[in-house]
Every structure is written in structure tokens, then in C-alpha cells.
Design a binder for this molecule. Structure first.
Ligand code: ARG
Length: 421
């Protein structure tokens, strides 16, 4: 721990230590935020209200988390079940936007942070807190997402980020935990992976993942079956969409949280959704993450396929650029940026026609579209058929089309050749 006292605040929303009376701590129950719960009481002489947010982290026992916070001296610990809002307002929008950052990351963490921070603001106000504390480090995107949200939604609240300032390494944290009666679970010889998860995916960082030439070790996977161990029989899943969002699996209508859970389960069983990703962080670093995203691996390709089928060539070419911009804003912590809402308005409008059913075949780590069905498909089997002729499509008209279509390119090509001699 640093005994040099506190560094002076850099940003307007950073707390002045003298003014910190009551802190809303975003509490996960893990080592960092448990140490923090004690450390804040000790260092600031402040009261701590803990807030834990359920975004569908698999296997979490929220009563245990709550009990732990109270044992460590929190004056109150609230657990908010935000799965429904997360699924509807964040994940379904991401599906409409085909949201993948850097070609592989479906943004589950990035989508969760603005909601978590918004809930922190609401609960801080309700419980009379002046400051919000989080457990993000100074090297990640999550600090940006949380602090940008707090500064946007609640200019009157301040932020502290103890992990950024307390200068404790892992061993010092464990020592601090021991001294303060904080339970440290598991062996302490091997540092655990740094995990973040919710109903849209799970990420692991740290340890050997930092070595770029180190292939994934099996113990990192806790969600997705390794493809080589997946069932020998493929499974076909039919995903029904209405207005750009999934509403049914194999003909059964499901609410979003349940639908996402089942997709994750089916994908995980077939080894689908393992992503080994190098990411350009907004704070400048490139970092490797191992992602397990079985639900996204099933739903994103299905949505993209249906959208391509019902949209024109022009809509399809345009939307990719908007999709990338949407993903970048969300990745970069600017959920509240008006452009994101503007893009969503466009996505919603396009999605009015994105209704239909996509069949996927899942097999040993692979997922492949095998059937498509939509009343809005811009597709006419007779027109597309090699065997048929006539109707709206005249093959006799093709040469005239080709002559005009290639006109400018032909002229320009000739000029270029002439210039080059
Ligand atoms: N690299 C991803 C992102 O920036 C995942 C971060 C996971 N967060 C964590 N605290 N382990 O969104």
C-alpha cells in the first residue's frame, strides 16, 4: 500500500479525499473489491454502500456476495437483477448492429459497463453517497466506460478507482486481506485469470494469455466445451427473428434472457464461440483476451444472414460501416454519445423488415447457416434459377447492362494505360 498519501485529482470528477463521506462501491465479491471495501473505510474514514449487479454471470450466488459485503463492514449491500434490461436494451441492440469489435469481440463487457455505472449512479443518489468506487485498473477500457458514464449522468458525483492508486500488487493484496479477515479463496500460488462475464459472454486475461505464442491451455475454458470433446452428432437450431431481434428457438417463443441462456447452452455444448483475440484498446495498448461467447456465436451469424437476405445490396453495403461505428462507440465507452442513439434509430428502421427464420448447424466448434426463410426475402427462386428464364429478368438485356456498367471503368483504364506509355 502507498503511504505517500493521495495524488492530487487530475479530472473534474475525481474525488477530493477530504470530501469523501459515503461511497457507493461496485462490488463483485472478488479479491480486489473485497480488499477495497475495507480499504475505503480505513483510508477515507468513509461509509461504504455496496452494489452488486446481476447481468447473468453464470454460477454466481448473490446471497453469498451480499453476506460477504456486510461481513466486511458495508452499511448496506444491494443486489440488482438487471438481466432483463441488459438483454433487451443492450444485447438486442448489439444483435441488430451485428456488433463485433475488431472482427471478433461481441462486446459483452463493454455493453454491461454503462448499465452497471448507471445503476451505481441511481443507487448512489438513493443512498446519499457522494462518491462511486470501482475496481477497474488503469490499463483497461472498463475504467473509461464507467467513469465516462458517471461523469455524463451525474456531474455531482465523484469517482475513486483504488486499484489505480493503491500501488498494491497481488501478494500485498493477499497480505492485506489476511490482516483484515477477508477470505481469500483457492490456492494463492497461481494467480487466477482475470475474468469478466455476463449472459452475453466471458473473458479471461492474464497469466500465459499475455504470451502471444502460448496456445490456449484447457483450464481457461469454463463455459464452452472444447471442440474436440463436443458431440459427434451435429445439431440443427432454428432461430426465429422479428424486427431484427431473436424471439424463438425451434419454433418456441422465448423471452430474451431465456433465449440468450439457451443459445449459450447449445453453443457451449457444441464447442462454439471460442475467440482468441488481440485487441486495440482505447488506452493505447494491444492486449490478448480469450473469449467464450457461445450465444453470440450462434445469434450474430444468424442475424447477419437474415439481414442480408431482406435488405438490398445498397442497404447491405451501407450498414456494415454503421455497424462498425456502433461497435466502436460502445467499445470505446461512449454509450451515451448521441451518435449511438442516431445509429440505433437507423438500425431499428432497417430492422422493420428483418423477420424470418435461420437454420444453423452446430458441429464441433463450427456453426454454419443451412436454411433461410423470410416473407421479406428479396429473393425469387424462379429469377435466381439457372434452369428458368423469362419473367422480370431478361438475359437478353444483360449485354447492354454490362456495356454501360463498365463504361467509366473502361475509359479510365484506357487513360491510365496511355499515361503509363
Ligand atoms: N477486453 C475486453 C474489453 O475491453 C474485456 C475486458 C474484460 N474486463 C475485465 N475486467 N477482465 O471490453
Amino acid at each position: 500500500m502507498s503511504d505517500q498519501g493521495f495524488a492530487p485529482p487530475t479530472a473534474s470528477y475525481e474525488a477530493d479525499p477530504e470530501q469523501v463521506r459515503r461511497v457507493l462501491l461496485l462490488y463483485s465479491g472478488g479479491l480486489d473489491t473485497s480488499v477495497m471495501l475495507k480499504w475505503i473505510q480505513e483510508r477515507y474514514g468513509a461509509e461504504v454502500v455496496a452494489l452488486s449487479v446481476n447481468l447473468g454471470q453464470p454460477g454466481e450466488d448473490w446471497e453469498v456476495v451480499r453476506g460477504k459485503a456486510i461481513d466486511l463492514g458495508a452499511v448496506d449491500c444491494r443486489v440488482v437483477d438487471a438481466r432483463e434490461e441488459f438483454a433487451r436494451e443492450y444485447v438486442l441492440r448489439a444483435i441488430r448492429a451485428n456488433a463485433l469489435y475488431g472482427g471478433g469481440y461481441p462486446l459483452f463487457t463493454a455493453l454491461g459497463r454503462p448499465l452497471i455505472a448507471q445503476l451505481a449512479v441511481e443507487h448512489a443518489r438513493e443512498t446519499g453517497c457522494d462518491t462511486i468506487a470501482h475496481g477497474c485498473t488503469g490499463k483497461g477500457n472498463d475504467q473509461v466506460r464507467i467513469e465516462a458514464t458517471v461523469a455524463t449522468l451525474a456531474p455531482e458525483l465523484k469517482v475513486i478507482a483504488p486499484v489505480r492508486s493503491w500501488a498494491m500488487g497481488r501478494d500485498e493484496e493477499i497480505a492485506y486481506a489476511r490482516e483484515h479477515g477477508i477470505p481469500v479463496k483457492g490456492g494463492t500460488e497461481v494467480a487466477p485469470y482475470s475474468i469478466d462475464d455476463n449472459l452475453w459472454g466471458r473473458s479471461s486475461e492474464g497469466r500465459w494469455i499475455e504470451e502471444l505464442d502460448h496456445p490456449p491451455e484447457d483450464d481457461v475454458f469454463s463455459l464452452v466445451t472444447r471442440p474436440e470433446e463436443a458431440p459427434d452428432e451435429p445439431e440443427v437450431l432454428r432461430v426465429g427473428f422479428e424486427r431484427g431481434v431473436p424471439v424463438a428457438l425451434d419454433g418456441e417463443r422465448l423471452e430474451p434472457v431465456e433465449l440468450l441462456r439457451r443459445c449459450a447452452e447449445i453453443g457451449a455444448r457444441h464447442g462454439v464461440g471460442i475467440v482468441d483475440h488481440i485487441e486495440d484498446r482505447i488506452v493505447g495498448l494491444k492486449v490478448r483476451d480469450i473469449y467464450e461467447v457461445p450465444a453470440a456465436a450462434v445469434l450474430l451469424p444468424a442475424h447477419a444472414e437474415l439481414e442480408r437476405l431482406v435488405c438490398t445490396i445498397h442497404q447491405n453495403q451501407f450498414k456494415g460501416a454503421l455497424d462498425r461505428q456502433w461497435a466502436y462507440l460502445v467499445y470505446a465507452g461512449l454509450w451515451w454519445e448521441p451518435l449511438r442513439e442516431d445509429l440505433d434509430a437507423y438500425m431499428e428502421h432497417v430492422s422493420e423488415q428483418v423477420t424470418g427464420t435461420i437454420g444453423l448447424k452446430l458441429f464441433k466448434g463450427g456453426v454454419r447457416v443451412v436454411t433461410r426463410d423470410s416473407p421479406n426475402a428479396i429473393y425469387d427462386q424462379a429469377l435466381a434459377s439457372f434452369a428458368e428464364s423469362g419473367g422480370l429478368f431478361s438475359q437478353a438485356a444483360s449485354p447492354g447492362f454490362i456495356e454501360l456498367w463498365s463504361l467509366q471503368s473502361r475509359m479510365a483504364h484506357r487513360l491510365r494505360q496511355a499515361r503509363r506509355g
